[in-house]
Design a binder for this molecule. Structure first.
Ligand code: F6R
Length: 647
């Protein structure tokens, strides 16, 4: 789905208190911001003046920095007249740490441009505690001495923070030491590997410091930011969501991509704010919304209900409530199938999958070694039971998510087994000593050695194979791709490239699938699931001239934490209590992820519990709309990768 600015019209923004543009993509927006900054730099150069930039770290602005570096290298943009002030730095934090914002800024920008070192200002995470308030005052005074910030770039945290101004920050706040919110700590865990390694505090510019900037860009990408962006853009000004203070800024521009805009009223419930050009999908969306709002099954909604809830126009489009209700009810009904590979020898006009060929070749891509069974274990089982030729491909090794003591236990096992066999004993003993010393000498935040990573990867491989065998696959249908982009040994991964695509291509050319399943987690543009999704998509696009590709359908499932909105679901596979039990047993094969995994997220439930709760919730939702009551449902959305829409 590509949303562009054309979605915006005057009436649709009446609820929006921040001027917001929905941009085609993160890249397009970042290029635009970089160009505007470059224009200002050049203009000031001509006047022999300085430009003062307020900079942010994190994933959001990276592409702006990439573009600025490109402009410097390819188009001679000089930064000699640029002074920068960064928003924040963790505290305590050493400048030499790869996790510091000091490192981040040099790595992404400063080391590649000609900015004078003395023009760079970043809050100092090394300052002794007793000197912090003096440091903060000097920082603030220095910004003012330069005449304030010309431009401030801002990302937004899921707490609504800008800079590290967490909920509760005062509108008069200036540069100071702050405590990070638990959600921010959790989000930073990806960089720091373990939650307890994330610093609990930071030095940040305040709301007042930010508000003084002459121009502010607030940026957000990905569905993960959709909820907080809705509150920042449409909600009242409140200390609880510090980004809402920006509503009072005279020159703020908010740029968000289609995924981050999903919760805005103009996208989610456009009929509330504008005249809607009704079509089937919008009608479905509105009727389901109404049914949920009224807590009444679709077939029981009346004309009056439509009228009272701002949907009078929809009645005009649909004729009357009865025909509308039946149309939407049927559309939802037709998503349900117990035959995810298509039901052979039946009329498939109203079924989500084709009846032919009766036996399909299927590839299930699993970003981590357990996503297949966690997210679509029930469907996986059905596809195999219904006789399809099913392959599973584990895209990454998952080796960062294994506890050290598990690696040690397996190394010990190998050593003792070899000694029992009285064969190559020395070799194993040496390796074991190496593993032990690697684990013992690992410093906080450092990646594992290659040997330890190999053991951890093998542990996950064994579990994945065991899960897939349990589902009924033979070993020649179980593939481990070990995509190179993942192999950094750290929570932050590399950039995917040709190597990743080529590995994926080899598999697809071998299988020539009719169905491909991928994790469609578009929520987090920088997470492993999204990268894995993009790799498959890029590969399929490269294979577009293959004769089998026009018969290949791409189905997206979602990861452990969230489900598709019900109006978007295109295939709903019901699971019986027995199906659910089998699925649970398949998930149990992933022993290293049981009880307390290395990356639990902010959810104390185990993966099998999250999966079951979510699948049961989807079934309850279908039930509440007035459809048949099932124990659980796994849901899928089709991605039309060959159509122009997906380009
Ligand atoms: C970073 C900063 C933070 C981030 C925000 C979003 O200097 O001040 O407010 O902008 O946490 O982080 P990302 O961009 O990683 O989603």
């Amino acid at each position: 789905m590509v949303l562009t600015q054309s979605v915006l019209d005057a009436s649709s923004t009446m609820l929006e208190r921040l001027p917001t543009s929905i941009v085609e993509s993160e890249s397009v927006a970042c290029k635009r911001v970089a160009l505007e900054i470059a224009d200002l730099i050049r203009k000031r150069q001509a006047e022999n003046k300085l430009v003062v930039l307020g900079l942010a770290t994190g994933n959001t602005p990276i592409k702006i920095y990439q573009e600025l570096v490109r402009l410097h290298k390819d188009e001679n943009l000089s930064f000699s007249n640029v002074v920068t002030f960064n928003l924040d730095e963790y505290y305590p934090m050493s400048k030499s740490s790869v996790l510091s914002y000091y490192y981040f800024m040099h790595h992404h920008l400063f080391s590649h441009i000609d900015i004078p070192e003395e023009h760079i200002n970043i809050p100092n995470g090394e300052v002794p505690k007793e000197n912090i308030s003096e440091f903060c005052k000097t920082y603030e005074d220095k910004i003012n001495a330069y005449g304030g910030l010309d431009v401030q770039i801002l990302g937004i945290g899921r707490t609504g923070h800008v800079g590290f101004n967490e909920p509760g920050s005062h509108m008069e706040s200036v540069t100071r030491l702050v405590k990070l919110h638990p959600i921010t700590i959790m989000d930073a865990t990806r960089e720091f590997s373990r939650e307890e390694l994330v610093p609990r505090r930071a030095i940040t510019m305040g709301i007042k410091s930010i508000m003084k900037a002459k121009k502010v860009y607030l940026l957000a990408w990905g569905e993960k930011k959709a909820g907080i962006m809705q509150q920042a853009v449409e909600g009242p000004i409140t200390e609880e969501i510090p980004a809402t203070f920006l509503q009072n800024h005279k020159n703020v521009e908010t740029l968000i991509d289609g995924d981050a805009a999903r919760e805005l009223t103009r996208i989610k419930r456009p009929w509330v704010v504008s005249v809607v050009n009704w079509d089937e999908q919008k009608a479905k969306n509105a009727v389901i919304w109404l049914s949920q709002k009224l807590e009444r099954p679709i077939l029981k909604i009346t004309d009056e209900d439509y009228r009272k809830n701002g949907l009078g126009d929809l009645l005009a489009y649909g004729g009357d409530s009865q025909s509308l209700n039946v149309e939407v009810f049927n559309a939802v009904q037709h998503t349900i199938t117990g035959w995810p590979g298509g039901k052979p020898h039946t009329d498939d006009t109203n079924r989500p999958e084709r009846a032919t060929p009766a036996r399909k070749r299927v590839v299930i891509f699993s970003p981590h070694p357990d996503d297949d069974v966690i997210s679509m274990g029930g469907t996986f089982l059905k596809l195999v039971e219904q006789g399809h030729d099913v392959h599973v491909a584990y895209q990454t090794s998952g080796n960062v998510a294994v506890h050290d003591d598990d690696a040690r236990r397996f190394a010990e096992f190998a050593k003792e087994f070899a000694s029992d066999l009285k064969s190559s004993n020395d070799l194993f003993a040496n390796k074991y000593d190496e593993v032990l010393s690697d684990l013992e000498n690992k410093k906080e935040g450092e990646p594992d050695s290659l040997l330890v990573r190999q053991i951890k990867g093998l542990i996950r491989r064994g579990e994945a194979a065991s899960g897939a065998r349990f589902v009924g696959l033979n070993d020649d249908h179980i593939h481990f791709l070990d995509l190179p982009f993942y192999e950094t040994g750290k929570a932050v991964k590399g950039v995917p490239g040709e190597g990743d695509v080529n590995i994926t291509k080899d598999l697809l050319l071998k299988v020539r699938p009719h169905q491909v399943y991928v994790a469609g987690d578009l929520r987090d543009p920088h997470g492993t699931h999204k990268v894995c999704f993009d790799v498959v998509l890029d590969t399929l696009k490269e294979l577009r001239t293959e004769p089998w590709i026009s018969d290949c359908w791409l189905w997206m499932y979602r990861g452990a934490w969230h489900e598709w909105p019900v109006d978007e679901i295109e295939m709903a596979v019901p699971l019986s209590p027995l199906d659910l039990k089998k699925k649970r047993l398949a998930i149990f094969k992933h022993q290293s992820q049981k009880d307390s995994p290395v990356f639990p997220g902010n959810d104390s439930r185990e993966f099998w519990q999250r999966a079951e709760d979510r699948n049961r919730a989807t079934a309850r939702l279908y039930d509440s709309l007035g459809l048949v009551e099932y124990e659980a449902i796994e849901a899928f959305v089709r991605y039309p990768f060959l159509s122009s829409e997906a380009e």
